[in-house]
Design a binder for this molecule. Structure first.
Ligand code: ASP
Ligand code: CP
Length: 303
């Protein structure tokens, strides 16, 4: 069986392929590309909750003219009738499906599926492992703002340990030569993350005047049993609020993959801040996902 191109994490894309995806994104956002995926069967399987990723993959697929099927996980035969991942893949192949977009709580599940499926698998978030299309849209948003990221410093703040977004975005930023400062308490940010262009800071206030962008993260409560510190302590040390916004550079931007929890990692003043780019990130989610889908299906594959 021919293994077709999948996107499990950013390292599946070479540097020039990242550029191609960003160029396609810009092009598709400027003018709708038409039905580049006409007749292509596309299944979305989201085993975890999603608002942004699910909606934007759907919009992207429909804009490209794909035949879209949304399979609700609890209604799959995989869930209740003992059908295996491998046999689900065989079945979807037999139905002529070419693209599967998967979100799953188990790290490695999309990869497992890709090994059994003769088509393209796109990871829409697997446990704490990776969320490559979120990283792509985050990096696209940063490049729209700053161009080259080589001289830029990006702070990623909060529950890095359980954030698949952080894991993929850090990898992408490292590859593009940006400096990454991770900020958070030990329980959410073990020392092992330091190295390879990454520094760790526990003192949020000390970081704020020196960074070009701040990426806030939600505390991923669904992925651990006990908070490593109290909510009040977290808020005191790491919430971005009006006072802390006073410390950031005038041209700095603030991002968040969403969903954000008001009162925890940010307060309402952040939503009024001139550099708040959340809506821009969400907007780019459609263009980036159109670009990824078109790239996987239509770009000539290597030798
Ligand atoms: N929506 C992102 C994810 O699914 C981030 C988050 O949930 O906080 O990983
Ligand atoms: N950013 C993100 O993945 O959001 P959803 O979990 O709502 O898809």
């Amino acid at each position: 069986m021919r293994i077709r191109r999948s996107l499990i994490d950013l390292d599946d894309l070479a540097a020039e392929e990242l550029d191609q995806i960003f160029e396609r994104t810009a092009q598709f956002e400027r003018s709708p590309p038409g039905r580049l995926l006409a007749g292509t069967g596309c299944v979305n399987m989201f085993f975890e909750e999603s608002t942004r990723t699910f909606a934007s993959f759907n919009i992207a697929e429909l804009r490209l003219g794909a035949d879209v099927v949304n399979l609700a996980p609890h209604k799959l035969s995989l869930a209740t009738k003992g059908e295996t991942v491998e046999d689900t893949a065989i079945t979807l192949n037999a139905l002529g499906i070419s693209i599967i977009v998967i979100r799953h709580p188990e790290p490695g599940f999309p990869q497992r599926f890709a090994l059994a499926f003769d088509g393209h698998v796109v990871n829409a978030g697997d446990g704490v492992h990776a969320h490559p299309t979120q990283a792509l849209l985050d990096i696209y948003t940063l490049r729209e703002e700053f161009g080259e990221l080589r001289e830029r410093t990006i702070a990623i703040v909060g529950d890095v340990l359980h954030s698949r977004v952080a894991h993929s975005t850090i990898r992408g930023l490292q590859r593009l030569g940006a400096s990454v400062v991770l900020v958070g308490p030990e329980g959410f940010l073990p020392g092992g993350y330091a190295g390879n262009g990454i520094t760790i800071q526990r003192d949020f206030d000390a970081v704020l005047p020196h960074v070009d962008a701040i990426v806030l993260l939600r505390i991923q409560r669904e992925r651990f049993v006990e908070m490593p510190l109290s909510d009040a302590d977290y808020v005191g040390a790491y919430r971005l609020d009006q006072r802390r916004l006073g410390l950031v550079r005038k041209d700095a931007i603030v991002m968040h993959p969403g969903p954000y929890n008001r009162g925890m990692e940010l307060d309402d003043s952040v939503l009024e801040f001139a550099g708040w780019r959340y809506a821009r990130q969400v907007h780019h989610g459609v263009g980036v996902r159109m670009a990824v889908l078109d790239f996987l299906v239509n770009a000539p594959s290597g030798p």
